[in-house]
Design a protein around this ligand. Structure first.
Ligand SMILES: NC(=O)C1=CN([C@@H]2O[C@H](COP(=O)(O)OP(=O)(O)OC[C@H]3O[C@@H](n4cnc5c(N)ncnc54)[C@H](O)[C@@H]3O)[C@@H](O)[C@H]2O)C=CC1
Ligand SMILES: O=C([O-])CC(=O)C(=O)O
Length: 272
């Protein structure tokens, strides 16, 4: 049975831990780390099989696990991915936006090669990546339209330099249009899905992102519009937000759990 370590005990990390604890995933969660000690302790309290809380991320990376699940932040990926790979652990990354930084992407690719390790990027809060991967050589235009309640967008770096106040948005408003590259920097906790779309398709400069703040919605909606010589398609998902983090969709957690089940399982693999 695979031994798993967890970096980040928030909305996604906690649900993954509970799924392992319940036996839904055939793995053993042995070590966890979160820079909020309170969050780590709260999670351990909920689990039957208690993992060790490591004192720092270096000890998590060096712990006797086969794989580490990152469910923390883009900063955590930037700071810790090299040490995790050097310690010869496979990694599942949720904060995929960090990989749009070329130097981090190179660390991941070189680390996988040099240490013979695998990095997994679950499809997260979007659907349709199978189609994007299939058509990528014929893809000419791809846009992600993301709609969230302004409350779920609040706190993003974008608002530090914009004159838009998320508390004062009273109707559905397009607040951002630009490249995926820029979007993941300005909205690091909201649009990691744009990084997934870029990496599966035509890259982060050509992938366009539109972010709509709608005070009347209680969903996190992502629509991919893709067009090229193959034809065109659009796929839309209306996600229920996670109760403990409105920025994060329930689907992102479910996709991570399913991805881990596939990695840890031995039976039938369905789909791409
Ligand atoms: N790939 C995808 O489709 C999606 C990715 N995400 C991303 O996944 C990550 C986790 O999401 P949630 O669980 O909803 O976030 P959360 O905010 O609920 O939990 C994150 C946890 O990680 C901890 N943390 C943050 N930075 C850390 C660091 N450098 N070192 C140690 N601990 C750290 C925090 O204290 C918190 O407990 C976020 O980066 C989020 O933006 C979220 C939704 C979809
Ligand atoms: O969960 C979502 O709807 C998307 C999200 O926060 C992200 O991609 O960072």
């Amino acid at each position: 049975m695979k031994r798993v370590g967890l970096l980040g005990c928030g909305a996604i990390g906690s649900e993954i831990a509970l799924a392992i604890d319940s036996g839904k995933i055939s793995a053993k969660l042995t070590h966890i780390y979160d820079f909020s000690k309170e969050n780590s302790k709260n999670l351990v309290d909920k689990l039957q099989n208690k993992p060790i809380i490591t004192e720092n991320v270096g000890l998590l990376a060096a712990s006797p696990v086969d794989m580490i699940i990152e469910a923390a932040s883009q900063d955590a990926v930037r700071d810790d991915i090299l040490s995790i790979l050097q310690n010869r652990k496979d990694v599942m990354i949720m904060s995929v936006g960090a990989l749009l930084d070329e130097s981090i992407f190179d660390i991941v690719i070189d680390g996988c090669r040099d240490f013979n390790k695998r990095v997994y990027l679950p499809s997260g809060a979007i659907i349709g990546l199978d189609g994007i991967r299939a058509v990528k050589d014929e893809l000419e235009l791809v846009t992600l339209v993301t709609t969230k309640n302004p409350k779920a967008l609040k706190g993003a770096k974008f608002f530090e330099t914009s004159n838009i106040d998320p508390d004062k948005i009273t109707q559905s408003t397009v607040i951002y249009e630009g490249s995926a590259q820029e979007a993941v920097r300005l909205f690091p906790a909201n649009i990691n899905v744009a990084a997934l779309l870029s990496l599966a398709g035509i890259g982060s400069e050509k992938t366009r992102v539109k972010i709509v703040a709608d005070p009347h919605t209680d969903k996190n909606t992502h629509e991919i519009q893709a067009e090229g010589t193959f034809g065109k398609f659009s796929v839309k998902v209306e996600n229920v937000p996670s109760p403990s983090n409105p920025k994060t969709s329930r689907l992102a957690t479910l996709a991570a759990i399913e991805c881990l089940r596939k990695i840890c399982g031995t039976s039938l693999n369905i789909g791409t």
